[in-house]
Design a protein around this ligand. Structure first.
Ligand SMILES: [Zn+2]
Length: 107
């Protein structure tokens, strides 16, 4: 059985709490619930200093998401947080110009 990637909320609880709050403020109640269950499939990997984006679903980089895709830009106090959502599923969390993510120390 393939092991599931880790939950983003286990790695970056503060980030997920902030995303959930911002999504509620945007009226995205469904996504505010879903964001607690997204998994860290991979880092963005673009190598840009200002980018800490997270892939939360399997998707071939560079390919269009196709129909059902929408962007959900949020309004954080600093930097940019933008979700890519396809048919209600969070595919990608764009995290730009943000202070370094604080990873919870593993016990
Ligand atoms: Zn990137």
């Amino acid at each position: 059985m393939k092991q599931e990637p880790p939950l983003v909320r286990d790695l970056f609880p503060e980030l997920v709490a902030e995303l959930a709050t911002l999504l509620e403020e945007e009226g995205e109640h469904w996504l505010a619930i879903c964001v607690w269950d997204v998994r860290m499939v991979a880092e963005c990997g673009c190598g840009d200093d200002f980018c800490q984006s997270i892939r939360t679903a399997e998707h071939t980089p560079g390919q269009p998401y196709g129909p059902g895709h929408r962007c959900v830009p949020l309004l954080p106090a600093t930097g940019d947080l933008i979700l890519d959502v396809v048919n209600g599923r969070i595919m990608y969390i764009e995290i730009l110009d943000r202070p370094p993510l604080r990873q919870r120390v593993q016990p």
